[in-house]
Design a protein around this ligand. Structure first.
Ligand code: SER
Length: 524
């Protein structure tokens, strides 16, 4: 295999697709629109939707680019050797032109002929089929023709091998390409992604966009078939630079040394925190650079969480005073200089401002925690740990640190269960959110938009009940002039919240939705 710098890889990508008649599509912003609550990964695709459906693209029907992306679905895995929240993806598309056979042949050609990958270290997955689309024998046959042996091809279900940028979009089966990252030099005979998932790293995805899923979940065929492939740039750098993790590649190495210098600690002994700080800071730089500011909803909220997680991992390594923090951010711009052109002033102001707000949350959480620890009798109960995290936004890692200092144990087994339950619930309610398009407007005449107040401000205590609705379907809905609840708070375990009205009636919240600016609390 070749040994390539990140810049050389970019060049290879460009020249390969140009040689196959592709035209460079300009990079899109990470943010669809600043008010939007849409997830980031959808933003780049939106521009292509009409062309996947048959409209002629003004540039050409074969396109490629290298596009910045933010995806936070894998955020909990950002500490291992290859997961990131910000990354560059190398894309190529066929808009109604070539399809599975050519796309797979060229994927193989790029890896093996251009980059000299050893085909013995490659494995692929293809779609196993379901009621909507058949088992992808065409893709499997194309792989075998390109010399991937049958035992390195896994057929997997929709959860793995179906790709769609959102619930209502063009979509289709995909085939994913994996590189061997196991401890032996070569994968043992018969090893494949289905049976040996942990030893294979996904490097490239070919999506065959030929379907459209509508609001009701119905599938139809698009008028043309399309190819949409995405290769993970940083993961390829890890492979091509023979590194154990992406953080050791030329993309991250300067920042990791900066962090060592700033904290006086060694990366090797503090890998997890170093990696989280590095990844999250890069993501924050890029999102703020593209115009996003931290807020309490949607994309802005995700940015807020990323900045905060970055910061508390940093201060767990070393507490910096404001001067040190300021020069650390300046030096970080230099170490990530190659990434994009930065609006350094704006980014720095936004970050420092968010951090100083977060400091207040930390101070408040600490105050509550210290009180709890005094009465903890050696062990802090899971519901208290959960309350600190869920209600006060106080990071678990900091709870752990402080409790350890005071010699108090944490009942984390139960805490984990509560968290899992909350996450499962939020997944369910996200699903429900997409399914439900009920029309509540008939109840809302004359009701002003609800003011959102952040829950640790305690400003919601004097909220006024504006309307109480008993629907024909037997639901009860309460509407207030202000509320600390918001439908996009998908992590919220709604039924852990009760509302008490002025007449002392008490209700448990079941769900929260928003229509025309009015927030509806479904209660029982
Ligand atoms: N759309 C697919 C992805 O983003 C392939 O480009 O993974």
């Amino acid at each position: 295999m070749l040994n390539l710098t990140s810049n050389e890889l970019r060049e290879k990508w460009k020249s390969f697709w140009q040689s196959k008649g592709h035209v460079n599509l300009p990079e899109a912003s990470l943010i669809a629109d600043k008010e939007s609550t849409a997830l980031f990964n959808v933003a780049w695709m939106q521009q292509l939707i009409p062309y996947l459906a048959g409209k002629e693209h003004p540039l050409w029907h074969r396109l490629f680019n290298i596009q910045k992306c933010v995806r936070t679905v894998d955020i909990d895995e950002v500490w291992d050797s290859f997961h990131l929240t910000f990354f560059d993806m190398m894309w190529n598309w066929s808009l109604g032109e070539y399809f599975k056979a050519e796309a797979i042949q060229w994927s193989y050609e790029f890896l093996v002929n251009e980059l000299w990958f050893d085909p013995k270290k490659l494995a692929v997955t293809v779609f196993e089929g379901n009621a909507d689309a058949p088992r992808d024998e065409v893709a499997a046959a194309a792989w075998q023709k390109a010399w991937i042996p049958a035992d390195r091809i896994s057929f997997l279900p929709e959860k793995h091998n179906w790709w769609s940028p959102g619930p209502v979009w063009p979509c289709g089966p995909d085939t994913e390409i994996f590189y061997w990252v196991g401890s032996s030099e070569f994968p043992p005979e018969g090893s494949n992604v289905k049976d040996d998932e942990d030893n294979w790293m996904e490097i490239w995805n070919n999506v065959f966009m030929e379907f459209y899923r509508d609001e009701k979940g119905h599938f139809s065929k698009l008028s043309q078939h399309n190819v949409d492939t995405g290769m993970w740039f940083e993961r390829m750098c890890k492979v091509l630079q023979w590194k154990d993790s992406i953080y050791e590649t030329d993309l991250f190495a300067p920042f990791i040394s900066l962090l060592e210098k700033t904290t006086g600690l060694t990366y090797k002994w503090n890998e997890r925190k170093f990696r989280i700080v590095a990844d999250h800071l890069r993501t924050a730089f890029m999102l703020i650079n593209d115009g996003l500011t931290p807020s309490n909803v949607g994309a802005g909220y995700v940015l807020r969480m990323i900045v905060r997680r970055c910061y508390y991992n940093l201060i767990l390594l070393k507490k910096l005073n404001s001067e040190e923090l300021s020069s650390f951010v300046d030096a970080a711009f230099v170490s990530f200089k190659w990434l994009r052109e930065f609006d350094e002033d704006r980014i720095k102001k936004t970050l420092i401002n968010e951090i100083s707000q977060f400091e207040k949350t930390i101070a408040k959480g600490k105050w509550i925690l210290e009180d709890l620890l005094k009465n903890a009798n050696g062990k802090l109960a899971w519901d208290q740990i959960f309350m600190l995290y869920d209600t006060y936004g106080f990071p678990l890692e900091i709870t752990k640190e402080i409790a350890a200092e005071k010699g108090v144990e944490l009942d984390l087994e139960w805490y984990k269960k509560a968290l899992e339950k909350a996450k499962e619930k939020s997944r369910q309610s996200t699903k429900v959110m997409f399914q439900k398009t009920a029309d509540w407007s008939k109840y809302l005449e004359g009701i002003p938009a609800t003011e959102f107040v952040w829950y640790w401000s305690l400003d919601f205590q004097d909220a006024k009940l504006l309307k109480e609705i008993d629907t024909e379907e037997g639901q009860k809905i309460l509407i207030f002039d202000k509320t600390p609840f918001y439908p996009e708070m998908w992590w919220q375990n709604w039924d852990s919240w009760n509302v008490v009205l002025d007449d002392w009636r008490e209700y448990t919240i079941l769900d929260v939705q928003k229509t025309a600016g009015v927030i509806l609390h479904f209660v029982k």
